[in-house]
Write a protein that binds this ligand. Structure first.
Ligand code: UDP
Ligand code: MG
Length: 160
């Protein structure tokens, strides 16, 4: 049975700074991910704090938020079967030293803090994180789908 999921991926500042975004996107595509939506942005520290709120009690929280907001990032909605787990596998372990051969973090990660990519860790968090960065898009898409449906309905009614 098909189990198409969407997940949020971020190419972090260390990778964007080294112009690795296209190579990383190619790795996703080669594994069968579709990139439904993407944007290159720089976020404020306050936004990074919101995004990483689950880690607010951790000793690395402040550095992490400074880092994520320190330069441009590429945020993407990835889609494929079992995308959440598939993305976690392709990313590799949090610490690049522990990441397996063939993973993004093994190939490009510099250190545990500069580990090149973020990926949602569960289906629920994927929805929350996609909303965090792409709420406007989801709203517009919903609106567009409704308008499209109305147009189709009114055309079919006319032809009666
Ligand atoms: N992190 C860190 N020091 C640590 C653990 C994590 O700087 O000891 C950073 C790291 O960049 C990681 C992010 O905090 O990607 C979020 O941590 P998490 O445990 O959620 O790892 P991930 O889901 O990114 O593998
Ligand atoms: Mg995490």
């Amino acid at each position: 049975m098909s189990n198409i999921e969407q997940t949020l991926s971020i190419i972090k500042p260390d990778a964007v700074e080294r112009n690795l975004d296209n190579e990383i996107k190619e790795m996703f595509k080669k594994k069968g991910f579709s990139i439904l939506k993407e944007k290159k942005i720089q976020i404020e520290k306050s936004e990074a704090e919101k995004f990483y709120k689950v880690h607010e009690t951790k000793p690395f929280y402040d550095d992490l938020c400074n880092y994520l907001s320190s330069g441009p990032i590429v945020v993407m909605i990835l889609e494929k079967e079992n995308a959440v787990l598939g993305n976690r596998e392709l990313m590799g372990a949090t610490n690049p030293k522990d990441a397996q051969e063939g993973t993004i973090r093994k190939k490009y990660g510099i250190s545990i803090d500069k580990n090149s990519v973020h990926g949602s860790d569960s289906i629920d968090n994927a929805k929350i994180e996609i909303d965090f960065f792409f709420k406007d898009w989801k709203f517009l898409k919903l609106l567009w789908d409704k308008v499209y449906a109305l147009v189709i309905i009114s055309f079919s009614l006319r032809s009666f």
